[in-house]
Design a protein around this ligand. Structure first.
Ligand SMILES: [Zn+2]
Length: 82
């Protein structure tokens, strides 16, 4: 199995877009925009079984797979940053 844990944090500090930094992804809801393969290919991964652990380490939700807000399950709210 390739999946080490459910949540994958991107530890890279050198990505071009600031919005791509220090994000944690939910592999059960992975989107192409997450570029998980790229992150893993570069070895910039840290795995978590729970989101709270990732938050404690300073990671923020990837807005593609986890959404911006923790509260509720609205899902329709989109912050377009481009
Ligand atoms: Zn993601």
């Amino acid at each position: 199995m390739l999946k080490e844990a459910r949540y994958c944090a991107n530890t890279s500090q050198s990505l071009k877009k600031a919005s791509d930094k220090r994000k944690v992804h939910d592999l059960e809801n992975e989107k192409t925009q997450c570029q998980i393969d790229k992150i893993r290919g570069a070895g910039h991964t840290k795995w978590y079984d729970s989101l709270s652990e990732a938050y404690r380490d300073g990671y923020a939700n990837c807005h593609w797979c986890l959404g911006v807000a923790m509260s509720g399950r609205r899902g329709g709210r989109r912050g377009v940053t481009s």
